[in-house]
Design a protein. Sequence first.
Length: 183
Amino acid sequence: MEEGVRKLSMDELNRKSVDEFRQSEKIPVIIVLENIRSMHNVGSVFRTADAFLIEAIYICGYTAQPPRKEIDKTALGATETVSWKYFATTREALEALRNKEYKPYAIEQADKSISLQNIGEVEVKKIGLVFGNEVAGVEADTKALCQGCIEIPQFGMKHSLNISVATGIVLWEVVRNKMFGIK
């Protein structure tokens, strides 16, 4: 490592307190988790949502809800900062998104999907990002209720990413390209 390069201390990172986080203006992105099996994945999504100051997470179907030790293990306290709400069905979650003027997009490999590198061309002020089950993906009925699908370009053999990894990639690209008033 280059001499003079040091890791920043916690004080230098200007971390928000829980109250400061809750009172901060959020980035107008809501993550929808549809039937996610792994509680560790759910916790990781909470942690990533906290890092990007995302508006909320909507939990649907059999996706586990906090508090659960398996979620807390990877969330590292983000379940205390990120707003979340449970919906029995994804349809109800999407209706709630639309009532708040959010446009839902499924994160899915599909025909006619929008490549993530072109997300800047999607003209929305508020976006909902629907992430589906680790094996089955976003349900067909859910995709039909979305504005479209956004696909992460992949070049290897698997063409599959863990949902927590996919969430981080998509959130960074959406925030970076949309900027939402952030510089």
